[in-house]
Every structure is written in C-alpha cells, then in structure tokens.
Design a binder for this molecule. Structure first.
Ligand code: TGC
Ligand code: FAD
Length: 408
C-alpha cells in the first residue's frame, strides 16, 4: 500500500492503472506560435498517450518489457516519420509537427519515443533519402504502417562515440556482399524485421545496407540488465558471413555523411522529446508540492521548494523556445547539425536536472512507481548518452564556434 500526497492509499494494481493527471505547461504562451495542425497533432498524441501508455508503462518498465503492441498504435497516430512524405509511409507534416509529436510521446516515456525515433528517423529516413525507388516502394509503406519493424546499426562494441572507426565490413561477392562484424546497443534489434546497417566497404567508404532478419548468419541477441529505458528493448546485431543481395545496398550515399545525416533527424526529435519528459516531471512535482503538507502547510509554500519549481519552469520555457526556433529553422531547411547538437545536449541535460529536482520534491514517494519521475530520471540517463553523448555534443559546438577539431 502506498500513501499518496493527499493521504489516500493505493494498491500495486491501482498504481499500475493510475490516472494520468498531466496538464500542459506553457508559461510563455508558446502555443500562439504553433499552427492549428501542430496543436491538433499534439492533442491527439496526448490523448493516445493518456489512454494507451500511461496506464501500462510503469508495469512494463518494472518488468523490463517492451510494450510491442504499441507499434501499431504509434503507426496509427502518425508517429513514424511525421515529416516524411505521405506517399512514402510518412505523415506529410512539417518539422514542428514532428517535434510536438516526439514531445508528447516522451512525456509518456522516453522508450516509447525511442520506438518512434528509430522507426521514423533512423530506418525510414535513410531508406527514403538514400534508397533506390524499389527499396522505397518495398519497405517504406510497411514501415510507416508498423507492419515491419526496423532498427539502426551504427554503434559497435569498440566504436561508440567514434563510429568512423567501425570494424563491420562488406566484401564484394558477385550479386551480393558478404557482411561480417557486430553492432552493440541497438534499440529494437531483437524484434526487428530488418536492420539498416552501416559497414565499411573494400574501398574504405562506409555504406548502408538493409539486412533482413531471416538472412543466414544474422542474429540479434537481447542486452539485458538495463536500469534505464526498461520499456524499450535493446540488443546486438551479429553478422557471420551474411550474404546481403546487392539490391539491398543503399545506393545514394557513401561515407559517414549517411549515418550522421540520420542522426540529425533523430537528435532533433530528442531535443523536443526531452521537453516532454521534463514537463511530466515538473507537472507531477508541482501537483505534489501543492497537495503534500508538512509543518502544517503545503510544501509548495516553502521557499526552497518554490526555488526548485521556479527554476524548473524557467529552464523548461527556455528549452521550449530553443526547439520552437530550431523547428522553424528546420522547416526553412536552415537548421545546421551543430544547432541540432546544441538543442539535444541542452534539452536532455535540462530534463535530467528537472527530473532530479522533481524527485527531491516528491520526497520518499519520488523513488516509487506511483509517480513517473524516477522512471523519467533513469530513462534520461540513456538519452543523455545515446545519439551522441553530452560530451560529444559539446565538442561539436566547440568545433563549430572555434573551427578547431577536438576529435583529431
Ligand atoms: P567528420 O570527419 O567530422 O565527418 C565525416 C563526414 O560526415 C559529415 N558529417 C555530417 N553529415 C551530416 N550530419 C552530421 N551531423 C555530420 N557530421 C559530420 C562530414 O561532413 C563528413 O562528410 P564528407 O562528405 O566530407 O566525408 O566525422 P568524424 O568521424 O570525425 O565524427 C564526428 C563525430 C564525433 C561528431 C561523430 O562521429 C558523432 O556524432 N559521434 C557520436 C556517435 C553517435 O551519435 N552515435 C549514435 C548512434 S545511433 C543511436 O544512438 C540511436 S539511439 C536511438 C533511440 O533509441 O532513440
Ligand atoms: P563511449 O564512446 O565509450 O564513451 C564513454 C565516455 O567517454 C562518454 O562519457 C563519452 O562522452 C566520453 N568520450 C568519448 N570520446 C570522447 C572525446 N573525444 N572527448 C571527450 N570525451 C569522450 N546505437 C545505435 O547505433 N543504434 C541504436 O539504436 C542505439 N540505441 C541505443 C540504446 C541504448 C539504451 C543505449 C544505451 C545506447 C544506444 N546506442 C545505439 C548506442 C549509443 O549511441 C552509444 O552508447 C553512444 O554513442 C556512446 O557510445 P559508448 O556507449 O560506446 O560510449
């Protein structure tokens, strides 16, 4: 039995089906900057998260299980490739719509946003941008509808922040390439029907390939034991003399520009998504502080708690402004990779700080699954690391402003 802030109690089963009381926070009236399509998309995804995600997410996270039944629902709400053309399985919306959808999903859980990020930005996008017409027709509609699930293999056991050093490679063998190597930390890999894999060709250039799950010599074992992103499934990709037909090579890109372009798309979505996780933590902390009394008054009346809450909403508001501006630049085709790095780094770090402060405001209850805060906090430790670590994004900004490369 748990004691709520208002003194009532909840059983474990009530906890798992607890009401999602989230209310949006828009301190600077930024909704005025959004178009009706954006607001509509946000409302429908928010309603879906409240209905489909919030009642089950704590249980799935507890069991370290991916709610795979949500893939179809994510497809139905247009979460896979919102800004890709509709004829190629996307949503045909703009970059701000993509952002607000990721924000709402991550308000529910970073792992749910991950399911959408990987499918849309890391699997559909490279096939759309670098695939042949035949590849686009074969894979994109089924990926967009959730009939096929994909994953993205860039990171290797010995090459994380420095994917350019990759050892996974292909050798020409007539009408196919022979693929050898392994990838590590791959979201969705154990359940994916296909993987977009980046491998070095004999000329030294990195190439992208679509590897299907039933290809001989290909396996995707699960990585267990994660304390973070527990409702998301993560695995390896292992290639032992996998014969990949040449028709599965992405023809339109050579070099690291290929995978790094996909990362721009996904990092952009994460910059928005992190604001969602922060809003959920703030929302929970504000309500808890108003309802919980100590020393005869609501803890929200203590100056120390007001400082935490005031700083949280200030940082959230700055992050909301940052992504709105980034979205406008992206819509105009002007968002640079370095600008995206700055927003990813700032907003994820902000969300993690907000989650830590929110956890404190909830006192002991903050470590339980009666509130979403500890789950967000643990998730955000991954989000701080994947898609380029906090340090790597700082060095990308450093390079951009000084012209001096810390990576060489
Ligand atoms: P560098 O020598 O600077 O560049 C190599 C080539 O790539 C081009 N390029 C980019 N193109 C598009 N977008 C970008 N952001 C780009 N950055 C570089 C560059 O112009 C060059 O092109 P070309 O034509 O001249 O050859 O690259 P580098 O090897 O020194 O690497 C730089 C560095 C360290 C910044 C990069 O490797 C990096 O970002 N490392 C971090 C690795 C990372 O983010 N991994 C993410 C793996 S995927 C993931 O985590 C998914 S989680 C999914 C989920 O569950 O949500
Ligand atoms: P390392 O690169 O070993 O870094 C360790 C530490 O060293 C970090 O703090 C880093 O900032 C620091 N460091 C490294 N280089 C420098 C430097 N030059 N200067 C200063 N500090 C440095 N990858 C995929 O390809 N596909 C996926 O779907 C995917 N999903 C993931 C899901 C999860 C749950 C996780 C945890 C990771 C996922 N990743 C995925 C991998 C992720 O992108 C990498 O973990 C990340 O890029 C960092 O690599 P690494 O873990 O090997 O850390």
């Amino acid at each position: 039995m748990h004691k709520n802030a208002n003194g009532s109690t909840a059983t474990a089963s009530e906890v798992s089906s607890r009401e999602d009381r989230f209310q949006h926070h828009d301190y600077y009236l930024l909704d005025d900057l959004l178009e009706s399509d954006h607001l509509l998309a946000r409302e429908s995804v928010r309603a879906w998260v409240k209905r489909e995600v919030s009642p089950i997410i704590e249980d799935y996270a507890n069991r370290a299980e991916c709610p795979t039944h949500l893939f179809r629902g994510l497809a139905e709400i247009g979460a896979f490739g919102p800004s890709l053309p509709a004829e190629y399985g996307g949503g045909g919306m703009d970059e701000i719509a993509y952002g607000v959808i990721m924000q709402e999903l991550e308000r529910g859980d970073s792992g749910i946003r991950s399911m959408a990020s990987v499918q849309g930005s890391l699997v559909m996008y490279p096939i759309f941008a670098f695939g042949s017409e035949a590849q686009k027709k074969k894979y994109l509609p089924k990926l967009g509808s959730g009939e096929l699930i994909g994953c993205f293999g860039l990171t290797e056991p010995d090459h994380g922040s420095n994917p350019s050093g990759m050892a996974t490679h292909i050798v020409d063998d007539g009408d196919a390439y022979i693929l050898n190597g392994s990838k590590m930390w791959i979201t969705n890999s154990p359940l994916a029907d296909l993987a977009v894999v980046w491998a070095r060709a004999e000329d030294g250039k990195v190439r992208g390939l679509i590897v299907e799950k039933d290809m001989k010599g290909f396996s995707a074992p699960e990585i267990k034991g994660k304390w973070s992103l527990r409702a998301s499934i993560t695995g390896e990709l292992v290639f032992e003399d996998v014969r990949v037909p040449k028709a599965n090579l992405l023809p339109e890109v050579k070099g690291m520009r290929g995978p790094l372009s996909c990362l721009n798309k996904a990092r952009y979505g994460i910059a928005w998504g992190a604001v969602g996780a922060a809003l959920d933590c703030y929302d929970s902390a504000l309500r808890y502080a108003q309802e919980r009394t100590q020393f005869g008054k609501p803890i929200a009346q203590f100056q120390l708690q007001q400082k935490k809450l005031a700083e949280m909403i200030t940082e959230i508001t700055k992050a909301q402004l940052l992504v709105w501006r980034l979205g406008s630049l992206a819509n105009a085709g002007k968002a640079t990779p370095a600008q995206i790095s700055m927003a990813k780094r700032n907003n994820v770090h902000m969300a993690l700080q907000v989650a830590r402060e929110a956890r404190q405001i909830h006192g002991g209850m903050g470590i339980t699954n009666e509130y979403p805060v500890m789950r967000h906090l643990m998730n955000l430790e991954t989000v701080l690391t994947y898609e380029g670590t906090h340090d790597i994004h700082l060095l990308i900004t450093g390079l951009d402003i000084t012209g001096l490369n810390a990576f060489v």
